[in-house]
Design a protein around this ligand. Structure first.
Ligand SMILES: [Zn+2]
Length: 225
């Protein structure tokens, strides 16, 4: 249906979602412009999502292969808990990494999930691999939800990259859903990029900015600068 091109996606029979879709799309377009400007989302890389509704889950997600600097109103889909698009196919296909967004949306407090591919996350994961690395005694750590002092120490966990997203999500799942010491705020994929989430889009965006800032600080420090 050509009329849906250049407009926000709509879920047939679920008009109550329209307001949240419009708000989510505009928030993610803004994030795309910002992240592209910082070179964290170049070359159509990365993907972003917002939880519109739970029970049943409705997730607003960037569709595959779009330039994040110039996201249009129509460059988004809404998927269900299985990752199936519920909108007109003219809006494109859900991102290839939908499975990771769905996993993080399972956390009851998640409101948005953002994913970036930065130079510094690529370099740091190339250096440390799945051992991961620790960020400690940085004032900017206080931007991560629940951290109240620069004396904090934050282990950034890294998972080996995999083109099989279901298998990759299966490896991340036990850490994210762990009942005792769950992985919080975000994680890295080796030589790939960062996933971060938050209770709202604003919080998820803040977490991305904090991590990417600290990755650059650590990366430059390790280079001797
Ligand atoms: Zn990616």
């Amino acid at each position: 249906m050509a009329e849906s091109l250049n407009r926000y996606p709509k879920v047939p029979g679920e008009e109550h979602l329209d307001g949240a879709i419009a708000e989510g799309v505009e928030g993610l377009r803004d994030a795309g412009r910002l992240f592209h400007g910082f070179k964290w989302s170049l070359g159509t890389s990365s993907n972003y999502s917002v939880v519109l509704q739970r029970n049943p889950l409705r997730l607003l997600l960037t569709s595959s292969g779009n330039d994040k600097r110039l996201l249009r109103e129509c460059d988004f889909v809404v998927v269900d808990e299985h990752g199936k698009s519920l909108v007109d196919p003219a809006h494109g296909k859900p991102s290839a990494e939908t499975g990771l967004h769905l996993l993080l949306a399972e956390l009851p407090e998640t409101g948005a999930v953002l994913h970036t591919h930065s130079v510094w996350s690529t370099l740091l994961t190339d250096r440390f691999g799945e051992v991961g690395f620790t960020l400690e005694r940085f004032e900017m750590l206080k931007g991560l939800d629940g951290i109240t002092t620069h004396e904090a120490s934050k282990l950034v966990e890294v998972f080996a990259n995999d083109q099989d997203i279901a298998r990759l999500a299966g490896r991340v799942r036990p850490r994210v859903l762990d009942t005792e010491k769950p992985l919080k705020h975000g994680f890295l994929l080796e030589r790939h990029g960062l996933y971060a989430w938050g209770k709202s889009l604003a919080e998820a965006r803040r977490h991305i900015e904090i991590f990417e800032f600290l990755f650059e600080v650590l990366g430059r420090k390790l280079q001797g600068g």
